[in-house]
Design a protein around this ligand. Structure first.
Ligand SMILES: Nc1ncnc2c1ncn2[C@@H]1O[C@H](COP(=O)(O)OP(=O)(O)OP(=O)(O)O)[C@@H](O)[C@H]1O
Length: 362
């Protein structure tokens, strides 16, 4: 099993009656990559996954798997397999028959399909439980069986709809590592829907961030975190502050952003026009407590909350038009000079840590 297919989504929309759930998205998922579709509830990620699987019709556009346009193919003919959030195992069948089910549907004879099912259970380290029924398994074991069942058809792409959401936090992290290992072993394309940015960061080669049926950014986790494309991405990924305003001046390659409260901030390297609205992002771990060398690289505010996190302390500051500007201070540094709610503080950052954020065109 080492075949993997590129998934090419070309201008695909999904319309349910009066609701457009997916707006003409285009995306190429490289063959053999681990791709996470990430976004808040209702952003269209499940609809997108179900259109790839063939469980939902495509309202317009095309989906190609490898060299084959699969837009009008039924699920079983696409070369994809889907693992559902609830695992959807048959309670009255033992694990072998559960895993062998789709081969039975294909008319493969009993001995052959049971042998293949046992092989898949072995791959998932579940062969010792082969004669059990799903109810006699833990959540993590049920998930392994569901994976074995999805993989038995030898798919070119495995589609996973919130596969970890039913597991407790410890098991979630363990199964996350197992999923990643499995994808590397099989070498096939995985497309995994999640609303957890942490899960997407931990697993994906490429993260697709969706909002309101559109793609805000498609990139490697590190790029998404270090260079969020839009204010939505910066906010959704967390650990970023976003300041919004208008371009007040442009001089020597430095743009000055003025927020409505009158404070101005400097940002480098963006093509802009005076008067245009812009957003900038600053990572919470790049902000320092202390006065800025230049006025446009910091502000003065009042501490509104202090949250202990163990290795770091998160300080929330009110000021400069932001009521939730966060600063992440390493614990040792914080406890040398603690601050409390109501204290006046100065914040600062470096010009190179100011990220210009674009807006997606609609
Ligand atoms: N069968 C349907 N009929 C009508 N509207 C639907 C249907 N399925 C989804 N929608 C709507 O389409 C939009 C996108 O839904 P979708 O399930 O794709 O989002 P999602 O990002 O996967 O959300 P969640 O994380 O909550 O599952 C939502 O506004 C939803 O209400």
């Amino acid at each position: 099993m080492s075949k993997a297919a590129e998934i090419d989504i070309a201008s695909v929309s999904k319309v349910y009656g009066a609701t457009t759930a997916v707006h003409a998205i285009s995306l190429k998922i490289p063959a053999g990559s681990y791709c996470c579709l990430l976004g808040p509830s209702g952003c269209g990620k499940t609809s997108t996954l179900r259109m790839i699987a063939g469980h939902e019709s495509i309202s317009s556009g095309d989906i190609r798997l490898g060299n084959v346009v699969v837009t009008d193919f039924p699920p079983a003919k696409r070369g994809t397999a889907m693992m559902f959030q609830s695992y959807a195992l048959f309670p009255h069948l033992d694990l072998v028959d559960n895993v062998a089910f789709s081969l039975k549907m294909m008319g493969i004879e009993k001995q052959e399909r049971r042998a293949k099912a046992l092989e898949m259970l072995k791959l998932m380290q579940m062969e010792a439980y082969a004669t059990r029924r799903p109810a006699q398994l833990s959540g993590g074991q049920q998930q392994r069986v569901a994976l074995a069942r999805a993989l038995i058809t030898d798919p070119e792409a495995l589609l996973l709809d919130e596969p970890l959401s039913a597991l407790d936090p410890f098991l979630k992290i363990r199964m996350r590592a197992e999923l990643k290992k499995l994808q590397k072993t099989l070498g096939i394309t995985f497309v995994h829907v999640t609303h957890s940015q942490e899960e997407a960061m931990a697993l994906a080669d490429v993260i697709i961030i969706m909002n309101n049926g559109r793609i805000e950014q498609a990139a490697a986790p590190r790029t998404v975190f270090e260079r969020p494309a839009t204010a939505f991405v910066a906010r959704f990924m967390g650990d970023h502050n976003v300041l919004s305003g208008r371009v007040a001046a442009i001089e020597d390659g430095i743009v000055t952003l003025a927020v409505p409260q009158g404070q101005t901030f400097a940002v480098r390297d963006i093509a802009q026009e005076v008067g245009k609205p812009i957003d900038i992002g600053i990572r919470t771990d790049r902000v320092r407590l202390g006065p800025a060398l230049e006025k446009s690289l910091g502000f003065e505010g009042v501490v509104s909350n202090v949250e202990y996190r163990g290795a770091s302390v998160k300080i929330t500051v009110f000021g400069a038009g932001s009521d939730d500007f966060n600063v992440l201070v390493p614990d040792a540094e914080y406890f040398k000079k603690p601050v409390s709610t109501g204290d006046a503080v100065s914040l600062s950052w470096a010009l190179e840590d100011v990220i210009p954020l674009g807006r997606i065109s609609v």
